[in-house]
Ligand binder design. Structure first.
Ligand SMILES: *Cc1c(COP(=O)(O)O)cnc(C)c1O
Length: 395
């Protein structure tokens, strides 16, 4: 048995993307900056991909900048808005405590450079409150950055409301939409988004390529200096096969998006019902306002890492939080941000369903997780203390 249930970490490449990339690598190896016809053909292919991608999110082609992925897009958007703000005497940035590390660690670096950062609390339902964001905006705030959907607990944020507040107050609004693009209806016009980050490998495209949307009129500073590619905002010969693969994957994901979301939502809700039968367990984040494929649970009295390894032995690939924090002993900052105590946060499991998953997969995951949680609890000293009443149950 082999069940991949870690689509928030990365996804398998779509056949359409592989085909488009292969064709590009074989036939279009010209440099888009070269003046001869072969280079100009590559340039046309590059601009066609830009148009396709822009169309999907309601942007203009000139507002799309290709990057090496979501992390680079987050770094560039945040650093650019911060340094632009500082020139106007504004040095405060507002974000949330449960952002991806590509955002949080960029903010840490900016703090060391003299910026003030406020991280909004996230409520136990995993959702940020727009009125709290509004109240935290100051005259010297130069940037608000709030993710569209969380990568660990899948909760979807009130991006439009936050976007409207920022537009009204004249503050730049960035959203890390890496988990949303290709999965949710993302529209930068409707949601008043000034900057948006996306990554191809989260929607069945290739790894190492993504894009940053920057609304016309919002200044963008380069992170990587060199040649004049991407209007001088991102130097380096374009990763044309990657960009072409990203456009093909996004086109495919967009065409099937609504039907796939409905299918995944049904699988997700069945998985949530099944896992909720395990005693002393709890779903993390709101049950409905979450990504179609995301299921995140805490089980009391066990270690998430052991759970993962035993599930892996049964052929199930899952995660205990974000792939980036696995290997460290600190519990997930996301689970702590929604108020889970350390002991409970340690017993977490993230299952993210996607395109290849079937109803049979979901039944197999439920049955395997029940077995493994029971087995781990059978010799867990923490569980023994909970059972005997020596320590109280939290869930
Ligand atoms: C995966 C992810 C990123 C990082 O994207 P890369 O392309 O892997 O650099 C950033 N933010 C979120 C929410 C993600 O899920």
């Amino acid at each position: 048995m082999s069940i991949y249930a870690d689509h928030a970490a990365t996804t398998a490449m779509s056949g359409a993307a592989i085909e488009a990339m292969t064709r590009c690598m074989k036939e279009e190896y010209g440099n888009p900056s070269s003046l001869y016809r072969m280079g100009q053909r590559a340039k046309e292919t590059l601009e066609r991909a830009r148009e396709e991608i822009a169309g999907v999110i309601g942007a203009e082609p000139g507002e799309i900048y290709f990057t090496s992925g979501g992390s680079e897009a987050d770094n560039q958007a945040i650093r650019s808005a911060a340094l632009t703000g500082r020139k106007k005497g504004k040095n405060h940035i507002l974000s949330t405590a449960f952002e991806h590390h590509a955002v949080l660690h960029t903010l840490e670096a900016l703090k060391a450079e003299g910026f003030e950062v406020t991280l909004l609390d996230v409520h136990s339902d995993g959702i940020v409150r727009p009125e709290e964001a509004e109240a935290a905006i100051r005259p010297e705030t130069c940037l608000v950055t709030v993710m569209t959907a969380n990568n660990e607990i899948g909760t979807i944020q009130p991006i439009r409301e936050i976007g409207e507040i920022c537009r009204k107050k004249g503050v730049v609004f960035h959203t890390d939409a890496v988990q949303a693009v290709g999965h949710l209806d993302v529209n930068v016009q409707r949601d008043r988004i000034d900057m948006l980050s996306a990554s191809a490998h989260k929607f069945h495209g290739p790894k190492g390529v993504g894009f940053l949307y920057v609304r016309k009129g919002i200044p963008l500073l380069p992170l990587i200096h060199g040649g004049a590619q991407e209007k001088g905002k991102r130097a380096g010969t374009e990763n044309l096969p990657g960009i072409v693969g990203m456009a093909a994957a996004l086109k495919e994901a967009t065409a099937g998006r609504e039907a796939e979301a409905a299918r995944l939502t049904a699988l997700r809700d069945r998985l949530i019902r099944g896992l909720a039968e395990i005693p002393h367990s709890a779903l993390n984040g709101d049950a409905k306002r979450r990504l179609p494929g995301n299921v995140s649970f805490c089980f009391e009295g066990i270690e998430g890492e052991s759970l993962l390894l035993l599930l892996d032995e049964k052929g199930i690939s899952a995660s205990s939080g974000s792939a980036c924090t696995s290997g460290s002993l600190d519990p997930s900052h996301v689970l702590l941000a929604i108020g889970r105590v350390h002991d409970v946060a340690h017993g977490s499991l993230r299952l993210t369903l996607g395109r290849e998953n079937t109803p049979e997969d979901v039944e197999a995951i439920i049955s395997a997780t029940k077995d493994v949680v029971g087995y781990l609890r059978s010799f867990s000293p923490v569980w023994r203390d909970l059972q005997s009443g020596k320590t109280p149950f939290i869930l």
